[in-house]
Ligand binder design. Structure first.
Ligand code: PNS
Length: 164
């Protein structure tokens, strides 16, 4: 073991938002290395492929030292263990997030008892936004520039207008 504290921040990131980035930035103050793990849930209808979501996440965290983005395949706890990560970080926006995340945390701790799930309260500024609401706004021609990085904004604009 290198003694480094490695944290994984998992999600679908379709696309990554300033709310996600706030959680990632705050996690980077608590850990030496942070891996943004971009999952692919087959039941979800994504706007971006997993590869595109990883690329957008990587571009959005490029200015954060010690932070990287990777595709997540298989079980989250296996992904974390393979990378020497002892912490899974989840942001909680409101009470509705907690029920689901508590179930995940219990299952993950059953699967891999050495890995702790840590909940961070979502920041006040972007606390209740979600990728799905932003997709809806963008699909209907609304402005989401406040909530995403410029790279993500142009990718979403191109995708919803059928240009990419
Ligand atoms: O942003 P999301 O869609 O809530 O993120 C979901 C994600 C990727 C974190 C979740 O689907 C996940 O952890 N997938 C990996 C498979 C796994 O380990 N599931 C939990 C144990 S059943």
């Amino acid at each position: 073991m290198s003694g480094q504290r490695v944290a994984v921040v998992p999600g679908s990131y379709d696309p990554i938002t300033r709310g996600h980035l706030d959680i990632v930035r705050r996690t980077s103050a608590l850990a030496d290395r942070v891996i943004v793990a971009v999952g692919d849930n087959t039941t979800k209808n994504y706007l971006f492929t997993q590869e595109e979501r990883v690329r957008l996440a990587a571009a959005s965290v490029a200015d954060l030292p010690g932070v990287s983005a990777e595709p997540l395949t298989g079980l989250l706890v296996d992904f974390a263990a393979q990378r020497g990560a002892g912490i899974i970080v989840k942001g909680l926006r409101f009470a509705g997030d907690f029920d689901y995340e508590l179930q995940m945390a219990h299952l993950n701790s059953h699967l891999q008892p050495g890995i702790e799930t840590v909940f961070l309260p979502a920041g006040r500024q972007f606390g209740t936004i979600s990728s799905s609401l932003l997709r809806t706004i963008a699909h209907n021609g609304g402005d989401i520039s406040e909530f995403v990085t410029p790279e993500v904004l142009s990718a979403v604009t191109a995708r919803v207008s059928g240009r990419a």
